[in-house]
Design a protein around this ligand. Structure first.
Ligand SMILES: [Zn+2]
Length: 133
């Protein structure tokens, strides 16, 4: 864990910025009956944490619905949102030794939203039936 040389507070694993908090992000790849969970954990500043959150959650929104692991995808998205919420409350990093991760497109404007929307539509059609039949 890198630390700030002056305050000795934990610093971001990516850019060395402070303040930083420990966080865990997950992504899920679902393939019918198999699934793969990837985890990235470490100390992140606000900016790098938001970038990792967007990357891992976007992947899950695209690849997490296509099998029995959809509950894992929902759980991963909720846990990622919780971790990102904590990091988003941190102040902007005041001091960095490296380059932060590039900000990614906000999830609310990501084309990956089609994954959960399509999944939700299919679940509703399966549970409620197709209107007019
Ligand atoms: Zn950082």
């Amino acid at each position: 864990m890198p630390v700030d040389p002056v305050t000795e507070a934990p610093a971001c694993d990516v850019c060395g910025g402070t303040p930083a908090e420990f966080a865990t992000f997950r992504s899920v790849l679902a393939l019918l009956i198999a699934w793969q969970l990837q985890t990235r954990r470490g100390w992140f500043c606000r900016d790098c944490g938001v970038s990792v959150h967007r990357e891992m959650t976007t992947f899950t929104m695209v690849a997490g619905w296509w099998g029995l692991a959809f509950l894992g995808a929902l759980t991963a998205i909720a846990m990622n949102a919780s971790a990102a919420g904590r990091l988003a409350r941190l102040p902007a990093p005041a001091y960095r030794t490296g380059r932060p991760l590039a900000p990614r497109r906000p999830l609310s404007r990501s084309p990956a939203l089609i994954g959960p929307i399509l999944f939700g539509t299919l679940v509703l059609a399966f549970c409620c039936g197709v209107p007019g039949r």
